[in-house]
Design a protein around this ligand. Structure first.
Ligand SMILES: N[C@@H](CCC[C@H](N)C(=O)O)C(=O)O
Length: 277
């Protein structure tokens, strides 16, 4: 089976063209392929499939084999993949995901792809849509997230997948490996959650570290950066257009007047190969 290894600001994926390759048992394959010692190594497995409603379907499996509804960094990688592998001549495509249709657009300089801008759609704010337990029509802004011995305050947003954003004074002081999995699996989140710790640097810049549902610490998260912008605006901490500094690099996010969030950043192919099946 042929594959490509790609990343968006260090959030890395194995991409398989499911239009060409016959792939079975995506969840098990994701666990094997993503293993950094016994597999290729990645945060997630992305399978490209046909779609009735969009140019392609993108399915994304975390390294633990769970399927995610959406992935921002993978969507930039897929847009570049389908263009550079000759699957489409379009520089703006639509991708069907479990969270709906999203639209990445390649940006060029001298005929070379420099970055990808993604229309991530509208942030979903109600508890029922995220999901967070409690009144399904209420928002979850700055709500208590109680762990056994610790209390955090988080703002919860869905970008198709669930996020809990916790603003702190110093992200580097957070023990993400210890706290991340506890919040990810807290009973407050019936479908678990991605966890972002965010330090506001000024009204245009934040620094974010992420513990991803099903993948653990990753170097970047596109839906996480988008959800962070929504949380920062709703809590009046930043403007509607900010740069999110992540461990793997920067993402630019903007909350447009159309209520859609637009996320921009690079997507890079690292190598191609064959995986025995
Ligand atoms: N890194 C991704 C999100 C991947 C899915 C996530 N772990 C989940 O389970 O929701 C991104 O760039 O958005």
């Amino acid at each position: 089976m042929q594959f490509s290894k790609m990343h968006g600001q260090g959030n890395d994926f194995v991409i398989i063209d499911g239009l060409k390759e016959k792939v079975n048992n995506f969840s098990q394959l994701a666990q094997q392929i993503c293993d950094r010692h016994f597999g290729i190594g990645a945060d997630g497995l992305v399978i490209l499939l046909p779609s009735q409603q969009a140019d392609f379907t993108m399915r994304i499996f975390n390294s633990d084999g769970s399927e995610a509804e959406m992935c921002g960094n993978a969507s930039r990688c897929v847009a570049r993949y389908v263009y550079e592998h000759g699957l489409t001549p379009k520089n703006k495509i639509s991708l069907e995901t479990l969270a709906g249709i999203i639209k990445p657009e390649l940006l060029f300089e001298n005929d070379r792809v420099t970055s990808v801008r993604v229309d991530m759609g509208e942030p979903r704010l109600n508890r029922g849509e995220i999901p967070v337990t409690g009144d399904k029509n209420e928002k979850a802004i700055n709500i208590p997230v109680q762990l056994e011995n610790q209390l955090f305050y988080g703002t919860c947003i869905s970008m198709g997948n669930p996020h809990c954003i916790i603003f702190v004074d110093n992200v580097d002081a957070v023990d993400l490996t210890a706290i991340g999995p506890k919040i990810e699996t807290a009973p407050l989140f019936p479908r678990k959650t991605n966890v972002e710790f965010v330090q506001v640097l000024n009204r245009h810049e934040v620094r974010m570290r992420v513990w991803e549902r099903g993948a653990g610490i990753t170097l970047a998260c596109g839906t996480g950066a988008s959800a962070t912008l929504a949380a920062a605006v709703l809590t009046t901490k930043t403007e509607r257009r900010i740069t999110v500094h992540l461990d793997g690099g920067d993402l630019a996010v903007e909350w447009g007047n159309d209520n859609h969030i637009y996320m921009s950043g690079p997507a890079q192919e690292v190598f191609r190969g064959e995986y025995p099946v």
